[in-house]
Design a protein around this ligand. Sequence first.
Ligand SMILES: Cc1cc2nc3c(=O)[nH]c(=O)nc-3n(C[C@H](O)[C@H](O)[C@H](O)COP(=O)(O)O)c2cc1C
Length: 259
Amino acid sequence: MVGVTSFYHNSPQFSIFLTNFPSYPIIIMTEEGLTLKKFEFNEKEGVLCDRQEIGGMKMNKKVIAIVGSYRKGGITDQTVDAILKAVQQKGGQVEKISLTEKRIEFCTNCRKCAADDPEKRRGKCIFNDDMEEILSKIDEASGLVFASPVNFGNITAIMKRFIERLIVYAYWPWTGKFPKRRIKERDKKAILVTSSAAPAFIGRVLMPCALKTMKEPVGLTGAKVIKTIYSGLVCIEEKQKLNKKQLKVAESAGASLFT
Ligand SMILES: Cc1cc2nc3c(=O)[nH]c(=O)nc-3n(C[C@H](O)[C@H](O)[C@H](O)COP(=O)(O)O)c2cc1C
């Protein structure tokens, strides 16, 4: 938990506070919201200098949803919409990213990103595709939603392809036996969403892999999973709507991104 230890500067445009949080010792407060900054004090020049290439993380109450369903308006998509609507009602900004619309290459395990400077928030990938834009949005968000239906017991192939590219948030050169998290703190909140033909209570027990598969990678981005949503019996009609209970669960989860 970041705690403010002292007040440092005030002006009409912004205020600066010092925190007890070693990785992010400075909080800058502007009208747009809070920014946690990785700065250090340069005694020689008497100024604050940015210590990192990606030095700040905006805590601007923005929720980014990543949807790995193949169906627009399907159950997974409707669940995400209900979550995001609740976020908007609380005054937050939202953006939904449908992976079917994005160009995302498969991770080739070249380890270039994973071997990149361990001080960086994320390593640089060799591909120049839509991932960079998505990752920048994830970095700036205060909340995340990862959503995928259950296909053959696990997340969809497009969600898996996206998730494998989150290895940029790990430090894992060829000599390393296992990957290490680059981001130690978990200052974002995340909700995981899945759906299946099977009833939810059976699916959660017999097909837990979709939620489990999304949990670790979402954590690598610096997020803590606060809720999982599992909608079952979703194949009764082609254009099935969320029932009242499913809708309520999604709305309450969305609202909880702000508590
Ligand atoms: C290829 C494929 C595999 C599926 N595998 C499962 C499964 O293993 N278990 C299950 O309960 N439902 C399975 N389903 C049903 C989907 O989970 C269900 O249609 C989906 O949750 C609906 O989400 P959507 O409305 O976002 O498309 C499968 C559907 C497809 C197309």
